[in-house]
Design a protein around this ligand. Structure first.
Ligand code: ZN
Length: 192
């Protein structure tokens, strides 16, 4: 296991479209790569990580986004790691979910986005087995966010031009990352 460096904007690899994992790539080496990605995600900490975020331009991602339960006002999150290779959304609900998203590749940036609340996804696992599964609520948000990464899309590209250029200016000046943590406490969401 190894923790991999996470690329942040404006790294050019984050803007590239990832290619499908080939049949001859499924197996132990791919499983090892995905478990390194999972370790990287948990260490960050984050709830999802797509391969392009660690400079690997293949269509795969890891996530652990079990729906939060708020029985006694507290949030609980059971560990439920999913390794998702070559995902394809084959059905989406008309019903939308609005969520404030953050991203490990876009530190200190948060924005509300609307996405389909339920998506049916066909994907492979590390050894190539086929899966067909509905994702709903927060897990659906995380999955769709990570799949945007596979298309070379990061959340600043989906935000307003003004917000995007303000953010990139701050990155250029080196302001981002300088004051760690404090501002993040205002946001309840996890980074994807
Ligand atoms: Zn992200």
């Amino acid at each position: 296991m190894a923790i991999l460096p996470i690329l942040t904007v404006p790294h050019p690899l984050l803007l590239q479209k990832a290619r499908p994992v080939r049949e001859d790539e499924f197996g132990e080496a791919l499983a090892k790569r995905l478990s390194d990605m999972a370790e990287t995600m948990y260490a960050a900490p984050g709830v999802g990580l797509a391969a392009p975020q660690v400079g690997d331009l293949r269509r795969m991602l890891v996530m652990d986004a079990t729906e939060e339960k708020e029985d006694d006002g507290r949030r609980e999150q059971a560990k439920h790691l999913q390794l998702v290779v070559n995902p394809e959304i084959v059905e989406r609900s008309r019903d939308k979910i609005r969520w404030e998203e953050g991203c490990l590749s876009v530190p200190e940036f948060w924005e509300f986005f609307e996405r389909p609340r339920r998506v049916r996804v066909k994907y492979r696992d590390a050894l190539g087995a086929h899966h067909d599964e509905w994702f709903e609520g927060f897990p659906a948000v995380v999955l769709q966010h990570e799949m945007d990464h596979l298309e070379g899309v990061v959340i600043i590209d989906k935000a307003s031009r003004l917000k995007r250029s303000r953010y990139l200016k701050k990155v250029k000046k080196g302001v981002i990352g300088a004051e760690s943590g404090a501002e993040d406490d205002e946001h309840e969401g996890a980074s994807l």
